[in-house]
Design a protein around this ligand. Sequence first.
Ligand code: S3P
Length: 429
Amino acid sequence: MNSITIHPAHSIKGEITVPGDKSISHRSIMLGAIANGITTVRGFLRGEDNMSTMSAFRAMGVRIDDDGQVISIHGSGLHGLKEPTDILDCGNSGTTIRLITGLLAGQSFFSVVTGDQYLRKRPMKRVVEPLSRMGAKIMGRNQGSLAPLAISGGMLNAIGYDSPVSSAQIKSSIMLAGLFADGETSVREPSLSRDHSERMFSLFGASLDRFENGVTVRGGVELNAQEVIVPGDISSAAFFIVAALITPGSELLIRNVGVNPTRTGVIDILKDMGGDIKLLNQRELSGEPVADIMVRSSSLKGISISGSVIPRAIDEFPAICIAAARAEGVTTVRNARELRVKETDRITAMADNLRTLGVEVTECDDGMDITGAEFMSGGQVDSRGDHRIAMSLSVAALVARDGIKVEDIDCVATSFPNFFQLLEKVSVK
Ligand code: S3P
């Protein structure tokens, strides 16, 4: 288990690009694998989570080449996946296990999916229940609520599903199963979660209709290979946006970042707090909006965060907590219970670690109150095996009074393998 000590920075300066979007990278492999023809992917994120997805499809007989620049996926068509000869290990990746379970539900073979010690604690009933309603036979620990999951798939019945939570993983799992269902499968969610699946399904030629907070997919329609270009991940950019906002005298340009409106809650929230953030050179790549992001250090103020912005910023709360810890006044977060079932319980993990750094935090069931402070002390904090907790606390170190030692940082490789090198590059000491 590795640790790093990060020292305060004078300012954050420069121009960077961040690695490819994790959600889009996963989906490019999955749809490429079941399309007809060879899909090419540029800008693919070679983090551990996406490599888990790649290995799973290779284990189902899909040829995937990587020349270091371009990933080429030799699609097997809608019905060409092969029964894997071993358990599919999804590592730390919730997106891999939940989406692949939807896809496997529609295959006429047997498969078992599992993951690391963290993934095996995360709730799976949320996909097992609707997929079982579609006719899949899925067994798992704790009455099908925990991985490993054993899946006996086949022809599925189309369903209309009202999801109790706004979750792109639930929605996408059912959409993938819907490709193998007899008829039209619909999913509706309380408010819209990230819509990368909807956009990529359309790109690959799936038959799909969107309605308010929902989508309908028609089964049995073959997909066509595409050339996909993956933009930089706004969730990775978020650490650098917060770093530049809170470190005085900073100016940072982050080029080529995905700015899909279902993902830009973090920008809306940080702008509401007073952040100087500008989107430049807006354009579209492979059906996804992209921009360069210019950030300058700003005096932040506490705000209330709740409602439909929560799913639009769900992965960025650890970084937002660091901005809140430096803002004037109190920041309240509510309706964010989903944070408790991420790679770790992110409400408790951030509250405990911020308190270690001398910040006042009160936890509640679905959120927290953070009282901003002009000074954060240094100290020793712990990621609890969660990549985004590790990166957020590393950003806090830039403005802490003394250095911060972050324990358990290997997890950063799941989504952002060169994070520490980039942070070093833009930190003026
Ligand atoms: C993701 C959906 C979100 C997000 C995760 C990636 C996706 O999870 O937190 O990092 O790619 O679909 P939920 O669907 O559980 O909110």
